[in-house]
Design a binder for this molecule. Structure first.
Ligand SMILES: *Cc1c(COP(=O)(O)O)cnc(C)c1O
Length: 387
């Protein structure tokens, strides 16, 4: 591990070269399908605007976000390319997004009417994508409501108020290629596409696949894939990608690092942190890490998780607190201020987001997206700047 590049107490370092590399690799892997980089939730904790820019530089054809506000923020930051958003509640403002050429998603006839009214107000044509619920039973029109939605969309299209640019759905179990839901959803999707075509719709893009499906189910790629997690270099289907991922060489983009606030010797028998859930079983040394659950480090990570300090991985001890946690240095006495790496790409021996997820009993999505609180965030462009 090299010397820290800053004196930061604790920070998220995002390698935009990794983002660019991952987008370029994924994009060529799924070609001729087009590629959408999903940058919702502040770019899965990596910084939405910076990731979006890097993804575009690497050739992302589309960007995808959940909320209208996220789409608005991307346009405000200067992004002008194809951009889809998919989550709104009744009464939200569509006018500026329609005027800015953002693709919005309609789940229902009522929502479609709201979007068409916005188009009317701005004297434009809304770019609308229709979502069919093929089995996730989350957003989107059910197959029962689909014929009415496509008929209504076609009428509004003929009136010049909307242009149906896409039809899409989302998978239940793309991280589990053998799950019967995959094939069942593909069949429902095919029927929905046929129904839309019969109604006279001519979408530019049909799409179903997230990262896992983009990698593992070529049949699900259609015209466009929507990749989130893989853009950030993480494995969307642990246990199913053993042959594929090493070939692709995705690089995790996030490192969480900082410097120890204190190092102290503790005697055997000392209880450590709230509740004394860990009692030193020998004389040892502990490092105080100035990061806690307010930064997104789950309380469930101790015992179980490790961090990298002074040349090796070391276990967390006792309860994780709001602002800080403790690491067992096993008699070593690095000085206060010694760098630690909480998670990173793994290339320097540090734990990865995937390992943290396993220690906590969650998925790497939640680990990286949750990183925040008082961590500062710094974007770097070269691997040598990563730490
Ligand atoms: C978040 C999201 C994605 C990206 O999923 P990954 O598994 O991160 O690739 C794709 N589509 C929709 C609708 C999403 O909400």
């Amino acid at each position: 591990m090299t010397e820290p590049t800053t004196a930061a107490r604790a920070e998220i370092v995002v390698d935009l070269d990794a983002i660019r590399h991952n987008v370029a690799v994924l994009r060529s892997h799924v070609a001729p399908a087009a590629f959408m980089a999903v940058v919702k939730a502040d770019g899965y904790g990596h910084g939405m605007v910076e990731v979006a820019r890097a993804a575009r530089e690497a050739g992302a054809d589309w960007l995808g976000v959940a909320t209208l506000d996220e789409a608005r923020a991307l346009r405000a930051a200067g992004d002008e390319g194809p951009l889809l958003c998919w989550l709104a509640v009744p009464g939200e403002e569509y006018d500026d997004l329609v005027a800015a050429g953002v693709d919005v998603t309609a789940y229902s006839v009522d929502q479609l009417a709201e979007i068409a009214a916005a188009a009317e107000r701005v004297r434009g044509t809304a770019r609308v994508q229709l979502k069919i619920d093929t089995g996730l039973t989350r957003g989107g029109a059910t197959p029962r409501d689909w014929p009415r939605l496509v008929a209504e969309a076609r009428e509004l299209e003929q009136a010049g108020r909307v242009r149906v640019t896409g039809i899409w759905s989302h998978l239940v179990a793309s991280d589990d290629p053998g799950h019967p839901a995959n094939a069942a959803q593909e069949a429902v999707f095919a029927e929905a596409l046929a129904g839309a075509e019969e109604a006279g719709l001519t979408p530019e893009v049909r799409h179903l696949a997230n990262s896992a499906a983009a990698l593992l189910r070529p049949a699900a790629r259609h015209d466009l894939v929507r990749c989130g997690l893989a853009v950030y270099g993480l494995d969307p289907a642990p246990g199913h990608t053993a042959r594929l991922l090493p070939d692709l060489g995705l690089v995790p983009a996030m490192t969480v690092r900082g410097r120890l606030a204190m190092v102290k010797a503790v005697a055997a028998g000392s209880g450590v942190s709230y509740g004394h859930t860990w009692v030193a079983d020998r004389d040892t040394t502990l490092g105080l890490v100035p990061v806690g659950y307010a930064e997104g480090v789950s309380r469930a990570a101790s015992p179980g998780a490790e961090i990298w300090v002074a040349g090796r991985r070391r276990p967390l001890r006792g309860r994780i607190c709001m602002d800080q946690l403790l690491v067992d240095l096993d008699g070593d006495t690095p000085p206060a201020g010694e760098p630690f790496v909480l998670l990173g790409p793994g290339s320097g021996g540090e734990p990865t987001a995937q390992e943290w997820a396993e220690a906590i009993g969650t998925i790497s999505y939640e680990v990286v997206t949750g990183m925040g609180g008082r961590l500062t965030r710094r974007h770097v462009g070269g691997a040598e700047e990563r730490r």
